[in-house]
Design a protein around this ligand. Sequence first.
Ligand SMILES: *[C@@H]1O[C@H](CO)[C@@H](O)[C@H](O)[C@H]1NC(C)=O
Ligand SMILES: *[C@@H]1O[C@H](CO)[C@@H](O)[C@H](O)[C@H]1NC(C)=O
Length: 352
Amino acid sequence: MRTATALAAAVWAGAVAALPTQTRSTTLPSSWKWVSTGPLVFPKNDERNIAGIKDPTAVLINGTYHVFASTAKSEGYNMVYFNFTDFAEANNAPFYYLDQAPLGYGYRAAPQVFYFEPHKLWYLVYQNGNAAYSTNPDINDPSKWTAPEVFYPNGMPKIIADNIGNGYWVDMWVVCDDEEDPNKALCHLFSSDDNGHLYRSQTTLAQFPRGMSEPEIVLQDTQNIYALWEAACIYRIKGAEGTQKYLLLVEAIGQEGHRYFRSWTSDRIDGQWIPLADTEANPWAGEANVVFEGQKWTKSISHGEVIRTLTDQTLTLDLSEPIQFLYQGVDPNAQTEYNALPWRLGLITQVL
Ligand SMILES: *[C@@H]1O[C@H](CO)[C@@H](O)[C@H](O)[C@H]1NC(C)=O
Ligand SMILES: *[C@@H]1O[C@H](CO)[C@@H](O)[C@H](O)[C@H]1NC(C)=O
């Protein structure tokens, strides 16, 4: 009796212990909850006179966070790199402004960083009027980022020119298939137009970064362009199967002008996207589901990225730890022209 009870208890405890781990490691919730820090990274008080720091992309390697972000002011955009080992110290990290590297001076914004395994190179993908990239063999040495090259040598593709209206061509994102054969695996390039369209081009892993196809429209909302605005991220979920294999996030502008993220899932990067948490009331992340550790300093959860510990071109997330998303937020009372808004970086952590 006693043995049987102990055994049953052990089995039960084992099942309970096993369940959350399994659930956590592969299943995406249809309703999300987050806790946010206050603003963590500010523009420096230096001769650059940056108004806002924006659009972060971040990886965590050997205990060091590497962050690339846009720097914004009325005169225009560029990018910055910095690193730190602890978020409490993030604002003390020296800024390496990337115009000091061969990547150069002028309009460059909205970076995405990943390691392209076949080339043994880091890629930084960004917008410069085209969809651009620079490479670097060593993420620790920001002075090595190469001069921009573009994915579309003939300029803005026709389908984008035909659909962009009064929008802007922004927020390029590369993600490659999880498939070994370099002639079968595809690398996909997403972009947005601030006019209700999400586009995707493709090339093979073998040909990347060359050979991007004419884009096609992946998602569109021509009734409400604000619902499908910009800043798309596509991630592979480690260990997930079926329609939960890939996660798509797109930033939207809500009823009162605040930013939030919608989400979809799919079995393929070039497959059908099925809504997950995709409304302002039940967003992936937004005012509706983020609580703040201290003062609520922003009503926008805007352009950002999940902090990746797996850094290759498959953009894989390991859900065995809560997701951490580095984002841009802004004082809701700030009133100035768009490029001069005082954006700061904050961090939301998933509440399981
Ligand atoms: C991380 O540490 C390993 C082992 O020391 C090293 O081989 C690797 O180059 C490091 N990665 C980076 C990006 O510094
Ligand atoms: C951190 O950034 C500085 C440039 O500001 C660079 O020299 C250094 O190598 C980086 N550290 C690591 C661990 O990557």
